[in-house]
Design a protein around this ligand. Structure first.
Ligand code: SF4
Length: 415
């Protein structure tokens, strides 16, 4: 049998990593790829873009250490019963690839996940060896995101946190019941225990100086998780309830939502079609509203109806249309909380309104300069020279804001 080359492994293990949404992936097509020189290619293999904890967009080498796995999670293409080509990097290979890509400025960091080989501890140990070698032997100062194995020993996870900028543990599915049904070897209580442990360690190390001569702070970018959406029949209310719980109990930096994609030879327990991508997008918007706009989950989506977010309009606009009695909001007098609830106002626009109105009374033209879409804002605010007049009914407003074209519907609406 032909020997698997490093390039073959990179192709298999970067492709296998694309199902992880914890950093948004996009292929690169650099013409000066190293493919011509023999080691790897950035074209579709392993380079993704993600936002670092400080908000910068960075490119990462996103790979699995191996896609062999002793677990058999039904929704996963790398499950033990799956018939996919398998590969495994050695510790040295991951370190070499990372350093070679890093020195050539192709990447600014590494996102490393793995299937479980032999045991959780053995796998975690190998991942920690990679991070340790990069930091201590190669003096790698780039970003490292490690996906940890929930039931690995706490000592290993702690060591991982000393070398990684961010750690994550996948919660996988919105409810314990479906996780136990679709991932029989996983224990939701172990996942939560590990998240709790990480939270305690992160908080213990907070406040330490960022002096590079001192030991690195523990996972300075905090912890995150990923939830697969559409692999089970959980509605959006259940998904957001899980997120609310995770943010509240474990102080996660991010919950990533990943729309389920059907996998080859998938189980009959899985849906045949993927959920609309817009569902994933609406969940991100709802998540944003809970974290930065002061919305309660129950305001955004209730379990009472069908428990699903409106796919046609963004959740903030949907809330505003259902709560017409809360509008119009006076841009010259309303408090920050009320302004944040106006469709079309993002946090930046609200900050600019609050600081500008200290010096003058705002007109609609001022509002137009301070936000991105005055058309969206107009029915919901009053200004010195503007009032939306009589109440326009909910359905008429909804029709006005429905996307006119398919392209428009795919756009990220601005809050
Ligand atoms: S443990 Fe991870 S890699 Fe293994 S089957 Fe489950 S989801 Fe896939």
């Amino acid at each position: 049998m032909a020997k698997t080359t490093l390039i073959d492994k990179l192709a298999i293990l970067s492709d296998a990593a694309k199902y992880d949404a914890s950093c948004a992936s996009s292929g690169s097509t650099r013409r000066d790829s190293m493919a011509t020189k023999g080691i790897g290619s950035t074209e579709g293999s392993g380079i993704c873009h993600a936002y670092a904890p400080d908000g910068r967009c960075i490119s990462l080498l996103k790979i699995l250490m191996t896609n062999f796995c002793v677990y058999d999670c039904v929704y996963c293409v790398n499950r033990s019963s799956s018939n996919v080509p398998r590969a495994r990097f050695s510790v040295e290979e991951v370190v070499t690839l990372t350093m070679e890509f890093y020195k050539r400025n192709y990447i600014e960091g590494l996102f490393l996940s793995s299937g479980i080989i032999r045991s959780s501890d053995y796998t975690m140990e190998e991942m920690v060896r990679i991070a340790r070698k990069l930091r201590l032997e190669e003096n790698f100062a780039g970003y490292i995101h490690l996906k940890t194995i929930p039931d690995a020993s706490p000592a290993l996870i702690e060591e991982a946190g000393l070398f990684a900028d961010r750690l994550s543990i996948n919660i996988e599915l919105p409810t314990d019941l479906t996780l136990e049904a679709l991932a029989p070897e996983k224990n939701p209580r172990d996942i939560r225990r590990s998240m709790g442990h990480l939270r305690a360690k992160i908080e213990e190390h907070k406040g330490e100086a960022k002096d590079r001569r001192k030991p690195r702070r523990f996972s300075p970018g905090g912890q995150s998780t990923q939830m697969i959406v559409g692999a089970d029949d959980s509605d959006d209310a259940a998904v957001l309830m899980r997120s609310e719980n995770l943010y509240g109990n474990f102080h996660l930096k991010r919950v990533y939502y990943s729309a389920f994609s059907p996998i080859p030879d998938g189980s009959s327990r899985l849906p045949l079609a993927k959920p609309p991508l817009m569902r994933e997008h609406r969940l991100y918007q709802a998540d944003w509203l809970m974290r930065f706009y002061g919305f309660e989950r129950g305001e955004i989506v209730s379990g009472g109806t069908d428990g699903m977010l409106d796919l046609a309009i963004d959740p903030k606009l949907a809330w505003a249309l259902k709560n017409r009695d809360r509008f119009p909001v006076d841009v010259n007098r309303a408090d920050r909380e009320a302004l944040l609830r106006v469709p079309g106002f993002g946090t930046r626009a609200v900050n600019r309104i609050l600081s500008t109105r200290r010096h003058r009374t705002l007109r609609l033209d001022d509002v137009a300069r301070l936000c991105q879409s005055v058309d969206k804002v107009r029915p919901f605010v009053t200004a010195l020279d503007w009032s939306p007049g009589g109440t326009t009914d909910e359905e008429a407003l909804r029709q006005r804001f429905l996307p006119k074209t398919r392209a428009a519907s795919a756009q990220m609406e601005l809050f």
